[in-house]
Ligand binder design. Sequence first.
Ligand code: AHR
Length: 528
Amino acid sequence: MKFGGVRFVPGFYVLLLVSTVALMAGETAHLSIDATKAGAKIDRNLFGQFAENLGHGLYEGIWVGPDSPIPNTRGIRNDVVTALRALQVPNVRWPGGCFGDEYHWRKGVGPAGQRPATLNSSWGGVVDDNSFGTEEFMDFIQQIGSQAYVSINVGSGSPQEAAEWLEYMTAAKPTAMAKERAANGHPDPYRVGFLGIGNESWGCGGNMTPEYYLSQLKIYSHFARNDNPSQHGANQMLKIAVGPGTPETEWTETIMKAWQHHDWSWNIDGLSLHWYTVANGWPPSTPSTGFGVQDYGKTLKSTLFMDEFLRKHESVMDEYDPQKKVALVVDEWGVWHAALHGTNPAFLFQQNSLRDAILASLNLNIFARHADRVRMANIAQMINVLQAMILTDKDKMVLTPTYYAYRMYVPFQDATFVPVVLDAGTYMQGGESLPRVDALAARDASGKLWLEITNLDPEQPIDLDADIAGMTAKSAKGKTLTAPAVDSVNTFESPNAVVPKPVSASVKGGRLALTLAPKSVTVVSMEP
Ligand code: AHR
């Protein structure tokens, strides 16, 4: 399997021009699109998620157990499954994160009640009864209609342990591992779409040098085999190496230089990259509620660094892999705020506001503009941890503004990038200049044109005038996500404070016109 079946699409790539002239309030922003100009495919795997065994991400967020009064299917919450199905989540990374390099899979298989209790040393030293293990994760993946992205333990595991886990999950022939899986309720082999070979091996994954990690990568990439017959050939499992977590390029250089001369005995399909938005530096201190436009502007300014970060590493990858065979996989990204007051700081629980949804849209647009190299990404994290889609409290569930942004982006999955020329100016916030507008356009398989426009300006609405060439758009319809304040949130008591609402858009004579509310994410579709 290739990442989305596209290795490299030459031609139109980045064509987003942002004027440096500040627009006055009430002025019109101009945008033009030639719908015949196709760039790379926006791989659906860019909309992947990360579900680590951390805090209440898995336990309570996904897993309540079959005996819970909370409605569930084989222990997995029904409300969460229904919500996630609507996002068409392409892949879920599990079990870590830092936790992945302390996870020993054998402790999480076998009859319920007979699994050993272990400590989650990475995240708060809490006791884990291992009731959520391989079978439960695969069941969850199947229930939400996604693909498994499994990270294997390189830090404290062994090649044998990893090889046996892969055999347990994927062998179809009657080996001891396959029989054990069958005895545990799953005779058919599982599909493992993606394999992460370690996590942050330069830090929590073993504090390795790039050279030491490279030697491990070669061994694990050879021995961790996928034996599922349906994954031989076109649908093969993609192997993803640990990549950098800073703009320094030494790690990328070491892995890619070696990869250039790799032989049959080892290979990778992706190199991971981790980058969080931490607006005031470590430890994360920005509040996730009760902030104003100043904090808002600072956080958005900080998140826009993602573009430069990708460029730095892409330029090294281009040197050793000009054909872009190895994907850049941003398998941890998102905004990391201070833990919500009164919660366990090790559980990384934060609220999620309109600001975070806008931040998500800016990052998704950046990924799409890099789609010829960036073919997979995983927001951190899915439920109750960091920039979550969903928050839960016992039987209650609330969908966050970031969830709604993701739902609005579903049509961009596997659509073809269309370059946008944008003249929208800047706005100033606390001495910092930010783009007023960001935009992404794409055509889906049916020929429909999709346009996403983010108005970053927290105060001014913008009239958008878009010139659409290359197709005769008959009609336009759209939705917008905004709220009264930049820190508006959805709560269990008030779950619909930030939800998408229809927006009126008119299309006539090849021009699209609509008004963008301040601080909003808008998606419009145009029928040919
Ligand atoms: O997402 C939380 C943590 O951030 C992950 O466990 C780790 O990989 C990263 O440092």
